[in-house]
Write a protein that binds this ligand. Structure first.
Ligand code: ZN
Length: 328
């Protein structure tokens, strides 16, 4: 009989559920649903439980093992969280406040459950079964609508004093910089998240820069996204290339801080922005080299994630196993 864990990755836009083999690897089944459609707390619990049951049934069927043993449920959720009590304290994007998600969902599906931060789970997924396999110290960065992060030092996920360690997107990289959603100024996220890459591109266009970008959005600059910038780069647009180069340098400055402070073996970057490939990674690595301590920089690989759709799900399942001491 095979053994499995359910991984649940809750994001601002989508919820992803997968049935993950205990040894890690590809989920036997995987489903995605839009997060806002789940509704209020009790509806969220019922909706997620139904989705989990579907995924378990489908996955065990696909694996040809209808009586497989499902050990439990690992949940990754936006925070801040109270890890001890398994409570989502305030996921403002989802309108969740003091939501005892771990125990409510665990008892609804009849499984033991664990809860951790979504970016921590994605980081753990890459560490356990992705681009960071074999590394002992690893930092994960999720680049998307926001910038999240996770820190693993000497094989242990770092939570810190109030479970908010790893908020890499909110380190200040410019003392007098752009206003961030968190209320601070000059955060990394205020420059290098998807929407802020688009915002910086838009500001340059409004100031008169010539670019294919204007054409790609039919003159409606509000429609501009980081993906449009990437598309323009592939078509050889010089201005879009400058925006990406600037983004890479900004990220490089942030990563140099991480390299100097934490001395990781690997930094894994996860998210749609990594599709920019060497346009992003080459100047980013050069900037880290320029800024960080030489020995620390030389010891650190900076790589894109290897689990583009599933790092969060695999990592959430992996956290369940790690917390239960079942991942040996
Ligand atoms: Zn911030």
């Amino acid at each position: 009989m095979s053994r499995w864990v359910v991984g649940l990755d809750i994001g601002g836009t989508n919820v992803v559920v997968g049935l993950v083999p205990v040894g890690g690897g590809r989920p036997a089944s995987l489903r995605t649903r839009s997060t806002p459609s789940l509704g209020g707390q009790s509806e969220v619990v019922r909706g997620l439980a139904a989705l989990i049951h579907e995924v378990v049934e489908e996955g065990l069927g696909a694996a040809g093992d209808p009586h497989g043993d499902v050990l439990g449920l690992g949940i990754g959720s936006p925070g801040p969280l109270d890890l001890e009590r398994g409570v989502v304290l305030d996921a403002f994007n989802l309108g969740w406040k003091d939501f005892p998600l771990r125990d409510a969902l665990g008892s609804e599906v009849g499984m033991p459950a664990t809860l951790d931060n979504d970016a921590n789970c994605a980081t753990w997924g890459e560490y356990w079964r992705g681009a960071g396999r074999g590394a002992l110290s690893l930092v994960g960065i999720t680049l998307g609508t926001g910038i999240g992060g996770g820190v693993i030092l000497d094989g242990r996920l770092v939570h810190g004093a109030s479970a908010s360690a790893g908020e890499i997107g909110h380190m200040s990289i410019d003392f007098h910089g752009r206003r961030c959603k968190c209320g601070n100024y000059g955060c990394l996220e205020a420059y290098a998240s998807g929407p802020n890459i688009a915002a910086r591109a838009r500001e340059g266009l409004e100031a008169g820069a010539e670019s294919l970008l204007t054409q790609l959005v039919d003159g409606d600059l509000e429609q501009l996204t980081a993906a449009t910038v990437y598309e323009a780069i592939l078509r050889g647009d010089a201005y879009a290339g400058e925006v990406m180069l600037e983004t890479a340098k900004i990220l490089g400055a942030g990563l140099a801080n991480i390299v100097n402070v934490l001395n990781p073996h690997v930094i894994v970057i996860v998210g749609g922005v990594t599709r920019a490939g060497h346009y992003l990674f080459n100047p980013l690595r050069a900037e880290v080299r320029r800024r960080a301590f030489r020995t620390a920089e030389q010891a650190c690989r900076i790589v894109p994630g290897e689990l583009p759709e599933t790092a969060g799900v695999i990592g959430a399942a992996g956290r369940f196993l790690a917390e239960r001491g079942l991942d040996a």
